[in-house]
Design a protein around this ligand. Structure first.
Ligand code: KIV
Length: 259
């Protein structure tokens, strides 16, 4: 049975951890789905890992929809969540409704994710949810604010930690079905997780969250840079380089193709 936002909430109640990975194309998405991932996030990190930008900021809504449509074709069971790119939802509630509506209509996604939890964003989440659009929140390190914060850990001081906690509570009250906690101290993530009834999905936020999300290129060892908190389960960089070198050698020496 395809996974829904409601399943994620039930799994928190049952203390069943949630596993999420990102995808940006059909091939990766179908492998993740067949392997049994709970949800697939078409994260705006695709701007960096698939399109070669330095930050997530340049990604457009049209580019996100293009990638999400490809991912959708590979997903049968997992919940498909799509990021709202930078400045496609912060201007006004109307802009957020328009962008999130396009994502749901044009890609077949089951939910959208947006960054930030300050009062304005909680209001936006509430209006999206009232319009029937499931929303995942994202607080802590929010890469769309990289020009203000850098990629540094957030929530280190008591005051900053309390602000992130109150943002998470505001998002839950606004109707978000889950919240990503990115790169914050593990103790803070544990406290937020205990206070919320919706699941927290950690990335660089320790083991006390209800689930984990990682960027798939980091998990596969694809790409040149990965955050310290990510775990590579494979070294695809090396495997691909070796395979390409072997192919070049065989073509040049006449070993491939055979008669
Ligand atoms: O864009 C992304 O991949 C994300 C995850 C890091 C949570 O938002």
């Amino acid at each position: 049975m395809p996974v829904t936002p409601q399943h994620l909430i039930q799994w928190k109640q049952q203390q069943r951890s949630i596993a999420i990975l990102t995808a940006w194309d059909y091939a990766i998405a179908s492998i993740l789905d067949r392997a049994g991932i709970d949800a697939i996030l078409v994260g705006d990190s695709l701007a960096m890992v698939a399109l070669g930008h330095d930050t997530t900021l340049p990604l457009t809504l049209d580019e996100m929809i293009y990638h999400a449509k490809a991912v959708r074709r590979g997903v049968k069971e997992a919940l498909l969540i799509v990021d709202l790119p930078f400045l496609t939802y912060q201007e006004s509630v109307q802009q957020a409704l328009h962008s999130a509506g396009r994502i749901l209509k044009e890609t077949g996604a089951g939910a959208v994710k947006l960054e930030g939890g300050y009062p304005v964003m909680a209001e936006t989440v509430s209006r999206l949810v009232q319009a029937g659009i499931p929303v995942m929140g994202h607080v802590g390190l929010t890469p769309q604010s990289v020009r203000q914060t850098g990629f540094r850990q957030q929530g280190r001081s008591t005051e900053a930690g309390e602000r992130i906690l109150s943002e998470a509570i505001a998002l839950e009250q606004a109707g978000a079905f889950a919240i990503v906690l990115e790169h914050i101290p593990a103790e803070l993530a544990r406290t937020i997780t205990q206070k919320l009834t919706i699941p927290t999905i950690g990335i660089g936020a320790g083991a006390g969250c209800d689930g984990q999300v990682l960027v798939t290129s980091d998990v596969l060892g694809l790409g040149t840079w990965k955050p310290k908190f990510a775990k590579a389960y494979l070294d695809l960089n090396t495997l691909i380089t070796r395979s390409v070198q072997e192919y070049c050698e065989e073509v040049r020496s006449g070993k491939f193709p055979v008669e």
